[in-house]
Design a protein around this ligand. Structure first.
Ligand SMILES: O=C(O)CCC(=O)C1=CC=C[C@@H](O)[C@@H]1C(=O)O
Ligand SMILES: [Mg+2]
Length: 374
């Protein structure tokens, strides 16, 4: 049983090594909330909210997450002891949506739970892989030549697949050039909802390049138009933004809206829901992979743990810490060798949170205490 004594929310800000550009815009600074739960014995569990500062990927932001955590979720977590992290889904069920806020706190409780059991988080989740395969996601670059140079660097580092961002006007010609330069590299494109069904012909033209998948071509909240588009394409559609729950995944598979699902722990509301979606896709023979949200070390560690589940058969977006940061907030940092991350075997998330670095990036914090009862 976990008796959480206090919960600390910290607001951090870290500079990315290089700006990240998608169909929606560019950012260079990552703001996020780090959640620490501390139990009666002084054991800490860590979670990271993946919401961005602005609501362009989803409606959640760092500030809405702080509000949800402070005013609703933290009080619910402190109200009573927790026997198992899966209980939180029920406890949080009165709060609609706000999945990234829920996932950050649930993730911290999972870490604490695994640490108390003395097992790695991956094992607590039922994962068995010792290494996970990873790819890298590359933002839109100023020119095609720049993009080719960046890809070359990551291919040389051994990443198992390359993901490039596309948008209208930066798609067929760009992918053609990439294919010409790298005929054999496992390649995929992410549109972040930049197209509509009216663009079906343009998307169909991408069939010529042997892409592993096209990620989220249409509306962020759509399943129907994707189900119309998929039969027109040879390339599998992978849904990201559209899948926020087990039920969304079930509906998407029933409708034929996609043939692959990108699971982001934050987007679906936590590790429990992520695992349920993974299991459903496994039963239906649909492969999944773990998406990224430019996480710092704690979020990255959670991604590694969930990716050890069996049906995460495609390389994910969890690249090395050094791809993003001068200095990450965990030790050791996440390293990629030959496109693989060795899954840590220490209890919980398996990496130590480097409190000195956390202090360095922290802008403000707030501590919440359990209100004393018997
Ligand atoms: O390296 C990563 O963490 C993945 C980055 C990435 O591709 C994305 C992060 C956040 C929003 C999107 O632009 C995109 C995605 O949709 O997967
Ligand atoms: Mg995506």
């Amino acid at each position: 049983m976990m008796e959480i004594e206090r919960i600390i929310l910290r607001h951090l800000q870290m500079e990315l090594k290089a700006p990240f550009t998608t169909s929606f815009g560019t950012f260079q600074t990552k703001e996020f909330i780090l959640v620490e739960v501390v139990d009666r014995d002084g054991v800490s569990g860590w979670g990271e909210s993946v919401a961005f500062a602005a609501p362009w990927y989803s409606e959640e932001t760092v500030k809405t997450n702080w509000h949800m955590l402070e005013d609703f979720l933290v009080p619910l977590a402190l109200a009573e002891p927790i026997h198992h992290p899966e209980e939180l889904a029920k406890r949080f069920s009165a709060i609609r949506q706000n999945n990234m806020a829920k996932a950050a706190l649930e993730g911290a409780v999972w870490d604490l739970y695994a640490k108390r059991l003395g097992v790695p988080l991956c094992q607590a989740l039922g994962g068995a892989k010792k290494d996970i395969e990873v790819g890298v996601s590359i933002g839109i670059q100023p020119t095609v030549d720049d993009l080719l140079r960046v890809i070359e660097r990551y291919v040389a580092q051994g990443y198992r697949r390359i993901k490039v961002k596309i948008k209208p006007g930066w798609d067929v010609d760009v992918i053609r050039s990439v294919r010409r330069a790298f005929p054999d590299v496992p390649l995929m494109a992410d549109a972040n909802s930049a197209y509509t069904l009216a663009d079906a012909k343009r998307l169909k033209a991408l069939d010529d390049f042997g892409l592993m998948m096209i990620e989220q071509p249409l509306g962020a909240d759509d399943l129907i138009d994707h189900a119309r588009l998929q039969p027109l394409l040879q390339t599998p559609i992978c849904l990201d933004e559209s899948i926020r729950s087990y039920d969304d995944a079930r509906k998407a598979l029933d409708l034929g809206s996609c043939r692959i699902i990108n699971i982001k722990i934050g987007r679906v509301g936590g590790l429990r829901e992520a695992r349920r979606i993974h299991d459903l896709c496994g039963e239906r023979g649909v492969p999944v992979w773990c998406g990224g949200m430019l996480e710092a070390g704690v979020g990255r560690a959670h991604n590694i743990a969930i990716t050890t589940l069996e049906n995460f058969t495609l390389p994910g977006d969890t690249a090395a810490s050094s791809h993003y940061w001068e200095r990450d907030i965990i030790t050791p940092e996440v390293e990629v060798e030959g496109g693989l991350i060795r899954v840590p075997d220490a209890p919980g998330i398996g990496y130590d949170v480097d409190r000195r670095q956390v202090e360095r990036y922290m802008q403000f914090a707030k501590v919440f205490h359990r209100t004393a009862t018997a």
